[in-house]
Write a protein that binds this ligand. Structure first.
Ligand code: AVI
Length: 318
């Protein structure tokens, strides 16, 4: 059963927030754009392809944890909760959790409406009788939950280490906002990617098949299409760098030659070698994970990790 509820009126042809973020990001030095704008339809498809890459261990490792520890989640979480998934996308991992814990409702939240509705319909057919209430919107902004989950205890589900795409201060703000949204008796199950060998990290963000490069460059195609741009796609190269001081992977789009281009009627210039910083993906050690959650007003109560310690799932209480 899929009940559709839009957070706002139908999405206009060009999202004004996209226009604002891109113009601001290209105007500053060094240039930087927020990673949420990767996820148009093509970007979401490319991210799904990344998840299947041999080098990209996070999805595989987290899925294996969800499959393996189902009975432990069921004991720790109990039945009858509304599961609220932040940034659900294709929700490929979700069935493992829903199967294990007997939820009362499922609310997937995602910024990409087209993708969300397709995945919600697929999920509802696997769990007939479970109310599925997709919510299109940016979970970094203020949202309100559908009426169908009123009175139910909630379990926030934030897999994939998406928290890592936020700067630490933004991650704390988001965790606090989730705490307010989910209420006093809520639990949160969150996936976090661990600090590890830089070569392994760089390979995960610069794969041999070039899928991550296509994902990064797709942002430029989106800018050209939606903001009347003429950024030369062949003038940029994908770069992935491990920044040890900040414990994050950085993705950049590097100008291969001196460039000038237009976006939304404005002219921009880049020198050869200059970059647009398009994403950071923070990695955490076991203590960092707990500290971040506590700063976000959550109390870590259980933690599950794989034998290599690549990735971790943490359950926290409000
Ligand atoms: C969605 N997010 C957690 C991914 C990550 O690993 O930071 C996005 C991604 N960027 C490149 N590859 C995957």
């Amino acid at each position: 059963m899929v009940l559709t509820r839009e957070a706002a009126s139908p999405v206009p042809a060009v999202d004004p927030a996209f226009r604002r973020d891109i113009i601001e990001g290209l105007s500053r030095f060094p240039k930087a754009t927020p990673p949420i704008w990767f996820y148009d339809k093509r970007g979401s498809e490319l991210f799904e392809a990344i998840a299947d890459l041999p080098e990209y261990y996070p999805t595989r490792t987290e899925t294996a944890l969800l499959q393996r520890y189902g009975p432990e989640f069921a004991t720790a979480v109990g039945p009858g909760r509304a599961v609220i998934e932040f940034g659900a996308g294709s929700a490929r991992k979700t069935p493992h959790l829903l199967q294990a814990i007997e939820p009362a409702a499922y609310v997937p939240i995602d910024i990409s409406g087209e993708f969300l509705h397709a995945s919600s319909a697929a999920l509802a057919s696997v769990f007939p009788g479970l109310p599925v209430l997709p919510l299109v919107g940016d979970f970094n902004a203020d949202l309100s939950l559908p009426a169908g989950v009123e009175g139910l205890p909630r379990l926030g589900f934030f897999p994939g280490s998406t928290i890592g795409n936020l700067e630490p201060a933004g991650a704390v703000d988001l965790l606090r906002a989730m705490r307010r949204l989910l209420g006093d008796d809520a639990l949160l199950l969150i996936g976090m990617d661990r600090v590890k060998d830089p070569d392994r990290l760089i390979a995960a963000y610069d794969d041999a098949a070039g899928v991550t490069a296509a994902f990064n460059l797709n942002l430029l195609a989106r800018i050209n299409r939606e903001l009347d741009g003429d950024m030369p796609l062949d003038g940029f190269a994908h770069r992935a760098i491990w920044n040890d001081e900040k414990a994050h992977i950085e993705m950049h789009l590097e100008a291969l030659r001196p460039l000038h281009f237009h976006v939304a009627g404005r002219r921009f210039e880049m020198e050869a070698g200059e970059t647009i910083h398009s994403e950071s993906s923070h990695k955490y050690g076991p203590r960092d994970e707990r500290l971040l959650l506590r700063a976000g007003r959550w109390n870590p109560i259980r933690q599950w990790s794989d034998a290599e310690g690549l990735f971790s799932l943490i359950l926290a209480s409000a």
